[in-house]
Design a protein around this ligand. Structure first.
Ligand code: T4K
Length: 395
């Protein structure tokens, strides 16, 4: 007999919760061995050997000269914004995690929210062009969900207007565009290694860049503004990564190819399991991009599915599938940016608003088995089949 969806009173399809952002821990023993070495050395933070090795490995992976590891990506962005001398206005997508905007505002820069190309979810360079004013000093692109932004068009736009070009690459280590790795674009990029990222260091981040002067300023500012020999040369903060985080980051990075393969297998399984399901479409990478598949993003077309995105999320959560709606409703409709007095928020961003109403982020990574993916797909197909009953239950 067919099971009743949990939202209609049945038992949840999953006994345990399936999280989006369940941390990958590819080799716990290796992490613990590195941590023990750090204890043995009595060198726990401040440029220890593990942090230095992590920085070398990250720079090599991105194909750039410099990497500065940090305590998280938010503070890395703040330091980078200051080290790049940004002021006035900066154009960025609204469709991102609020940290991208917050770090600008925190540094006294006005975030100017740009619309996206709905096909990619990334910043629309033509809309960005229309937002540039004499006060604009930079563009901050985001490689949303690990899908590289239109780097060539953004580089041309930045060059034309003499703007700094930075990337928030929190989601995108391991992805590439036209064969070139994320980490090597713009003036600098910032990774996040928060535990929910597929390569993680518990908490952590990094700035990667080929610019010698910028790297020197970031390195100094993330260490209280000190230069050689502890001589203070500028204002600074403490954004350093510690050795325990680096032990986790190094181990995680060494396993990045396996983790991408794990993600890819689950993505393909979702794609096969949902093929032909009315109103449910898995977002695919653009042909010029290779992606890390760290986020599996489903788009719900309410007219075809018979259910809206929020109903799908509510029904999935009842089944213990803890789907997320990253990044609804867009920064421009979130406090404090929704306040027209505070920033350039009142601009309508129709593509951001439309896409943010349709997307569901599904669980993936080592936290779930491929067979779980099959079961999530079966649940989703069943929800769509029973759309009218579910709509009535949610009314
Ligand atoms: N730019 C972009 C585009 C970003 O997405 C982010 C962060 C940043 C910048 C800033 O990076 P960081 O400063 O964080 O390095 C999360 C993360 O905290 C954040 O890193 C991430 N993006 C954002 C999209 O999501 P929360 O508050 O939703 O996550 P949290 O910690 O509540 O975890 C979500 C779920 O993951 C939990 O409900 C269960 C699971 N989980 C989480 C953790 C930490 C676990 O199972 N185990 C765990 O240890 O913000």
């Amino acid at each position: 007999m067919a099971r009743e969806p949990a939202i209609l009173g049945g038992a949840p399809a999953f006994a345990r919760p399936l999280h989006v952002g369940r941390p990958n821990v590819p080799d716990e023993e290796r992490v613990l061995a590195l941590v023990r070495e750090a204890f043995g050395r009595r060198w726990l933070t401040s440029f220890g050997p593990l942090v230095k090795q992590f920085e070398r490995d990250l720079a090599r992976q991105a194909g750039v000269k410099h990497c500065i590891a940090t305590c998280n990506a938010s503070v890395a962005l703040q330091v980078l914004i200051r080290a790049s001398g940004l002021r006035g206005e900066v154009v960025l997508p609204s469709f991102t995690f609020v940290a991208t905007a917050h770090t600008l505002l925190w540094e006294g820069v006005t975030p100017v929210f740009c619309d996206i190309d709905e096909a990619t979810g990334n910043l629309d360079p033509e809309h960005a062009r229309r937002l540039i004013t004499p006060r604009t000093t930079a563009i901050v692109g985001v490689h949303l969900w690990g899908h590289p932004a239109p780097t060539e068009a953004l580089a041309a736009l930045a060059a034309e207007h003499d703007l700094t070009l930075l990337y928030d690459s929190a989601h995108a280590i391991g992805s590439s565009r036209l064969g070139r790795p994320v980490g090597s674009f713009g003036d600098a990029e910032v990774y996040s290694f928060h535990a929910t990222k597929f390569v993680n260091s518990f908490e952590g981040g990094a700035v990667v860049t080929d610019d010698d002067g910028l790297a020197e300023r970031v390195r100094s500012m993330h260490n209280y503004g000190r230069g050689e020999g502890e001589h203070v040369v500028s204002v600074g903060t403490n954004a350093k990564m510690n050795e325990i985080a680096a032990a986790m980051g190094l181990t995680s990075l060494a396993h990045m190819p396996d983790l991408i393969e794990t993600n890819r297998v689950r993505y393909e399984r979702y794609a096969a399991g949902l093929a032909g399901a009315p109103g449910l479409r898995l977002r695919a990478p653009a042909p010029e991009n290779r992606v890390n598949h760290s986020y599996v993003v489903l788009e719900v077309d309410e007219a075809a599915a018979g259910l809206g995105r929020d109903a799908v999320v509510a029904a999935l959560r009842a089944e213990n599938v803890l789907a997320r709606t990253h990044f609804h409703p867009g920064c421009h409709r979130t406090a404090p940016y929704a306040d027209a007095q505070a920033t350039h928020a009142p601009l309508p961003l129709p593509h951001t608003e439309a896409l943010s109403e349709r997307v569901v982020v599904l669980p993936t990574g080592t936290g779930i088995e491929p067979t779980d993916v099959d079961d999530v797909c079966a649940v989703l197909r069943d929800l769509v089949r029973r759309a009218s009953a579910i709509r009535a239950a949610l009314r």
